[in-house]
Design a protein around this ligand. Structure first.
Ligand SMILES: Nc1ncnc2c1ncn2[C@@H]1O[C@H](COP(=O)(O)OP(=O)(O)OP(=O)(O)O)[C@@H](O)[C@H]1O
Ligand SMILES: O=P(O)(O)OC[C@H]1O[C@H](OP(=O)(O)OP(=O)(O)O)[C@H](O)[C@@H]1O
Length: 454
């Protein structure tokens, strides 16, 4: 929802004796700019100094569409700011500096067009393919549930994030729209950001490892024929076959990265053909010599008699959270919403990489038990470990000769950690999953602020 204002000056309306101004009757803006205005807009007198308030009915806001009037109609000494709260009756406050003559301001409330003036924050998510489902799953696990009325609808809400609109788009379009200002934040593969972002500094990777969509962009060559003995990019570049007239033909959907990569690797004679799917068939069909495509398990390459070579990986990719620098700096609320999303992603991703291990251990004191555990270098916890006495009844007496130790262990170290704990006397190992780790300072957030010079 946007607000736009114009003002006109008209000294005839100045009442110098009383020092007040009358509302100026303004011509119908909608008519003059040929944009349909669904219902009448409203105007207000602007004082030469001070503040003017206007209350708008929220119903009117939904009904009105706005043209984009030029602000050049403001008198030179006018400074006007509009602030608006999202409430049942939004309030518009106009502050003016010194005005040479009386002014009237016409306020037009729109539903968000054109895009440069939109009020909502927009998050782009992949609309189809493997990234789509995984992205929604991840957000759900972060307690950010995307509410889409039906799967064919391309716009949705995340109730936990106010003033945020989700737009489902193809991954490459998400990157393009971040650059054009139609989106503010997005989640896509790093390969897509790198290819379609083309190194544009407006794109900032806010979280570089969302832990799905893992793949690599690789050059793959046939295992047979002239490539049979070729094992590296160096050897490929040294092949005498490639000339100006007969360049190495590469089939790829990644021409920007492809050009760059080939140049960096000293391949001068290269031509590209673009394709979207089933590129692995191109060499066997004779439409290309080699391919440059994403590889995950390597099965598709193997099944098509192709191989990767040393130095042939262009980049390692996984899903990332990316934002437009311009939006982060200029659009109200984008930085704050990005922070909220980042916090939830980090809290969840950090938690799922850890397990909480609780063991019982006998010992002479809490310190002695703690020393025994901390002597193992892999068992240092996130910020140390918790040791608490376990009280037991023995011969009518309550004793505490045993301690419960709770420690966070990286999931990939779980087996070895349990073995080590057992070796130093741990009994009964309890392992529980963590759902959320809310750390105080986030290096990624600090990094983002410093990148934005904030
Ligand atoms: N085999 C794969 N394994 C894991 N991630 C992949 C794989 N292939 C692609 N990706 C990631 O998913 C993103 C989207 O892939 P892609 O454009 O091929 O769409 P898709 O999910 O295959 O759907 P479609 O082919 O129908 O468009 C890629 O940019 C990449 O980051
Ligand atoms: O190394 P692998 O695990 O075999 O995965 C690699 C394949 O995955 C992608 O294709 P996808 O399955 O998305 O189909 P597409 O060609 O229609 O994009 C990619 O284009 C490869 O063909």
């Amino acid at each position: 929802m946007n607000l736009r204002m114009i003002s006109t000056t008209n000294s005839r309306h100045r009442n110098s004796e009383k020092g007040t101004h009358k509302n100026t009757k303004l011509p119908a803006l909608g008519a003059s700019l040929a944009v349909p205005v669904v219902s009448a807009s409203t105007s207000m007198a602007l004082p030469s100094h001070g503040m003017q308030e206007l209350l708008l009915p929220s119903r009117g806001i939904r009904q009105l569409l706005s043209p984009m009037p030029s602000l050049s109609t403001f008198p030179a000494h006018t400074s006007i700011s509009v602030s608006m709260e999202r409430s049942a009756s939004p309030r518009i406050v106009c502050r003016s500096g010194f005005l040479k003559s009386a002014a009237a301001v016409k306020v037009i409330v729109s539903n968000g067009r054109p895009d440069g003036e939109r009020g909502e924050i927009r998050l782009g998510l992949p609309s189809k393919g493997r990234m789509a489902g995984n992205t929604l799953d991840l957000l759900k696990r972060c307690q950010l549930s995307v509410e889409q009325l039906n799967p064919r609808q391309y716009v949705a809400d995340i109730p936990q994030l106010s003033n945020l609109q989700v737009w489902f788009q193809r991954p490459e379009d998400i990157v393009r729209e971040l650059l054009s200002g139609h989106l503010d934040i997005g989640i896509v593969g790093l390969d897509t950001v790198s290819e379609y972002g083309q190194g544009n500094k407006d794109l900032i990777i806010v979280h570089e490892a969302l832990d799905y969509g893992h793949c690599r962009l690789s050059l793959a060559i046939p295992k047979y024929g002239i490539f049979e003995k070729i094992k590296s990019m160096k050897e490929l570049a040294l092949m005498a076959q490639w000339t100006d007239k007969k360049p190495l033909r590469v089939a790829t959907g990644f021409t920007y990265l492809g050009h760059k990569f080939m140049k960096e690797n000293g391949l001068k004679y290269v031509s590209f053909s673009t394709g979207e799917g089933a590129l692995e068939a191109a060499p066997a069909m004779g439409t290309a010599d080699v391919i440059l495509d994403v590889v995950s398990s390597g099965t598709t390459l193997r099944e098509n008699n192709l191989k990767e070579i040393e130095g042939g990986t262009v980049l390692e990719s996984q899903a990332v959270l990316v934002a437009s620098r311009k939006s982060l700096v200029q659009r109200e609320g984008v930085l704050d919403t990005t922070h909220k999303i980042l916090e939830r992603l980090e809290a969840h991703l950090e938690a799922v990489s850890q397990s909480m291990v609780t063991v019982n251990m006998t010992g002479s004191s809490a310190e002695e038990v703690a020393k025994r555990v901390l002597s193992l270098p892999s068992l240092s916890g996130l910020e140390g470990l918790t040791v608490s006495p376990v009280f037991r009844k023995r011969d009518e007496e309550v004793v505490a000769d045993c301690y419960a130790i709770s420690i966070c262990v990286p999931k990939n170290m779980l087996d070895i950690s349990v073995q080590q704990l057992r070796a130093i006397g741990a009994s009964r190992v309890l392992v529980s999953p963590l759902t959320c780790i809310l750390d105080e300072g986030s290096p990624r957030w600090q990094q983002l602020l410093s990148e934005l010079r904030l």
